[in-house]
Design a protein around this ligand. Sequence first.
Ligand code: ATP
Length: 531
Amino acid sequence: MADANANADPSGEGVISKKALKKQQKEAEKAAKKAERQAQKASEADVVEEDDYAKDRYGIPRMVQSHEKPDRKLVKVDTLTSALADQTVWIRARLHTSRGKGKQCFVVLRQQQFTIQGILNVNDTISKAMVKFTCGVSKESIVDVEGTVAVVGQKIESCTQQDVELRIQRFYVISQSLPRLPLQIEDASRPKGDEEEGGQAPTVNQDTRLDNRILDLRTPTNQAIFRLEGGVCQLFRDSLRKRDFVEIHTPKIISAASEGGANVFTVSYFKTNAFLAQSPQLYKQMAISADFNKVFTVGAVFRAEDSNTHRHLTEFVGLDLEMAFDYHYHEVLDVIGGMFNDIFRGLRDLFATEIATVNKQFPAEPFKFLDPPLRLEYLEGVKMLKEAGVEMGEEDDLSTPNEKLLGRLVRAKYDTDFYILDKYPLAVRPFYTMPDPTNPKYSNSYDMFMRGEEILSGAQRIHDPEYLSERAKHHEIDLETIKSYIDSFRFGAPPHGGGGIGMERVCMLYLGLDNIRKTSLFPRDPKRLTP
Ligand code: ATP
C-alpha cells in the first residue's frame, strides 16, 4: 500500500506547501482510481478465475443505494469480548491499518475510539487472491467484515479489544478512502515525545490537523473531546431546566451591534447592512421583560476581533442565561454557581472514560471544584495579587497574565480550579451593568474562572430605562441604535441578572488543553475560515 505519511512532518513542526499538497492530492486521486480499477479487475477476475474459491467472500459490492434491507445485525467493536468467543459476527468499521505477512493479512479495524485486530489466513475457504485484495485496501476505507471472535493467548496491546481477535471470513469494501492520507491517524493520536515510542515518533502540527479536520477528528482523543463537549451542553440544559429555566432562541442577524464597539461583523442585508450578534444579551433580557422569568440559550456568537490567541475564536458557541431575581443579584450567582457544579460533577461522573482518553494524549491534573463554589470579591483578588508582588490599581482591569496568576494563587490557597470573582470596577464593564449601591466605583458584576482563565462574564443589569439611557450616554452609545432595547424596559421589567459562557473555553479548561481550536469542531479565527 502507498505510504500515506507524506504530509505528517516527522518533527511535528513543519507543513508542506499548498502546491505540493495539491500535487500530492492529484497523485493520490490517480492512485485511488488505479486501485479502484485494480480492485474492480480483481473482482471481475474472480468470475474468470475458476480456482478462486473465495470469490464470493470479498470485493467491492455495488454502492449502497438502499436496494435491500438484509437481515444482518452489525455489532459494535466495543462489545467484542471473550464473552462472544467462537461466535460469528458482522461489523462495519474503518480499516485502521493492514499488514501482509506471507499467506496472512493482519488488519486493525476501528470504530470511533475502539479497535480490534483481524486476521486472514489462506486456507480452504480464504484464497490467496482474497488475502491479497484485503492487504491492498486503502487505510481509512469503510469495510464490512464477517469473522469469528477468537480469544487470544497474549493481550493485543495495540488495540482496545485486547483479549480477542476476529478470524475474518468475509471482507467487503463499502466506501474507499484515497490511498494517500494527508495525515496518519496514529500520528495525530500520539502524545508529543511519546516515551513508549522512543520520544521521536511523528506527531501532527495544528495547521495540518485543522486543514484536514475530518481525518483529525477521527482520533480517539477528538472523539472523546467532542463527546464531552456535547455533555457540557446537555448538562447546562439539564441543570437549568431543573431550575425552571426556559430555552429560547435569539436572532443572530441584528440591526445594531449588541455590545457596542467595533468587534462586530457587518453583513449585507438586501439594500442595507446588518450585523452578526456578538451575544444574545439584549434579546435574553427582552425575554425577561416579556415575563419568561428565567431563560437560557445555546448558540453561535460572533466576534470580529483580530485576536490571535489560544482562547479567542471569531465564532464560538455561547451558553447564555438570564433570570429575574427577588431582592439581590447573589440569587443569580447562587444559581450559576450551582449550575457549574452540576456540569463539573456530571462530566466527572459520566465522562470518566473520555477524560482518561484525552489525558493519555494531553496529560492534565483532574479538575478541582468546591461545593458551594468559592466566591471572592474583586478587591480581595487585587490584594492577593499585590501580596504576590503585582503592581496594579484597585480599579484596574485584570490583565490575562494577572488572571492566570490569580488562578494559581487561588488554587494554592483554596484548592479549587473554579471560582467566582464578584464586584468588578464599574469602569471596566458594559453600559448595562448595575453599579454597586454602596460604592459607585464598583458594580454588581462578576466573572468566573476555570484554571485561571475567564469563562463567564455576568452582572445584574439595569432594568430602569432612564438610568439605562444615562449609562449608555456615559458610554457614548447612540441611543437611537438601542432604542428597542431601552424601550423594552418601559413597560415594567423585573430586577434581573445573568451571564454569558464560552462553551469551547469550558471544555478546553476542564480538560486542561492548551488551545481553544482543540475544542471547536471547525474553528473560525482571524486566519481560518475553512474547512
Ligand atoms: P475576553 O476578555 O477573554 O476576550 P470577553 O470579556 O470579551 O472575553 P465576554 O464578552 O464577556 O468575554 O463573553 C463571555 C464569555 O464568552 C467569556 O467569558 C468567554 O468564555 C467567551 N468568549 C468571549 N470571547 C470569546 C472568543 N473570542 N472566543 C471564544 N470564547 C469567547
